[in-house]
Design a protein around this ligand. Sequence first.
Ligand code: SF4
Ligand code: SF4
Length: 214
Amino acid sequence: MNPLLNPKLPEPAYKEEFTAGRLFTYRNPSDLTLWERLYVPEVLRGLSITGSIFFKNMGLWLVWLGYWARGRANEAPRGAVTVYYPEEERPDMTKVNRGKHILTQRLNGEPQCVACYMCATACPAWCIHIDAGEHPDPAIEKYPVRFDIEIDKCIFCGYCEEACPVDAIRLTTDYHTVDYLRERMVYDRDYLLSWNPTKVQQEHVYPGGEPRRG
Ligand code: SF4
Ligand code: SF4
C-alpha cells in the first residue's frame, strides 16, 4: 500500500456532528489524557486560574486604594472592572468593536449576497451555513436561500467581512448577543437583513452601516 496515497492520519482532537441544522464540536474522548479523564484535577486547575486572577485584581485594587488615600489615584495601577451587564455597560467600549452581523441589501431589499460561500469558507468557527439558490435575474446568478450564522460560536474575527467580494456582510458594533434560548442564537437570513429600520419589527432592529447601492 502506498503510504502517500493512504496516509495513516492521527485521530482528530475534536469531533463534529451536524444535528438539527447545527454543527456541534466536541473534544474527542480518546484524545483525553488520564489526568483530564480524572476530571477533578482539571476542575481544580480551572479554579486555580480563576482564583489567581481574582486575587491579582484584588491586590491591584488594594494598591490603588493606598494611592487614592494619598490623593494620587491617577498614578496607581488598577485592577479589572466588572460591570453588571446588561444593566450596566462598559463605558470604555471601543468604537471599532466587532459585534453582530448584518447582510446588506440591494435597492429592492433583496440580499446583496451572491451565495459564493467565501465567508463560510473563511470562517474559522464554521458558524456560517449557506444554501444557494438560482436567482431569476441572470445578471445575479445566485442568492442565499438560507444564510444562518450561529452567533454563539462566532469569535468576531471579521474574516467573513474581509472575504466577501461584494460587501454583503458586515459586522456592526452591537455586542448584545446574549439570549435565554440557544435556538435564538442562530441568526437566519431574514434576521440578518432586518437591521433596516424601514423594513422590520422593533426587536429585530440593530444598527448597521448604509447598504451598498447598485
Ligand atoms: S466574524 Fe469570524 S467567526 Fe464570526 S462569522 Fe465571521 S468569520 Fe466566522
Ligand atoms: S456574504 Fe459575501 S462572501 Fe458570504 S456568500 Fe454572500 S457574497 Fe459570498
